[in-house]
Design a binder for this molecule. Structure first.
Ligand code: PRT
Length: 110
């Protein structure tokens, strides 16, 4: 899975220098952060609607499709800000094995 993320991240990096009429990702960078955030928001809503439908129908196809759209647009957002999936994996790694309830209790104390 990380191979796909790594390869896609490299493609996204090259698209920062591509012509907007030649590439969807380049067109997003060209339109700027607000457009990218609009797409992330849209895909987020589509994902949660698909998840609600999936719970009812048991059909997971749409929720997988929409989550892929959400992840993809989130990667474009990170790339636009000079970040990558690796920064997120590092944060998840930092949190690994730390119970969410424990972490919340520590936060509430401070
Ligand atoms: N993984 C993706 C990917 N997932 C989704 N999308 C695009 O994201 C858009 C999703 O937006 P919507 O569903 O809202 O569709 P839309 O109505 O066309 O979008 P809007 O006109 O509303 O902005 C579609 O145009 C999809 O084609 C993607 N576009 C590109 N990639 C990857 O990015 C690489 C670079 O893409 P280009 O920059 O286009 O070469 C590709 O080789 C792929 O690996």
């Amino acid at each position: 899975m990380n191979d796909v993320l790594k390869a896609l991240t490299e493609v996204l990096e090259t698209r920062k220098k591509s012509a907007p009429d030649q590439s969807y990702v380049a067109s997003l960078h060209h339109k700027g952060l607000n457009k990218i955030l609009e797409k992330v928001g849209e895909e987020c809503t589509e994902t949660l609607l698909a998840a609600k439908d999936a719970e009812q129908s048991g059909d997971m196809k749409e929720v997988i499709y929409e989550t892929a759209d959400l992840w993809f647009h989130s990667l474009v957002m990170l790339s636009h800000l000079g970040l990558s999936y690796d920064d997120i994996l590092q944060e998840l790694e930092r949190r690994f094995d730390l119970s969410g309830l424990e972490e919340k209790a520590q936060r509430d104390k401070s």
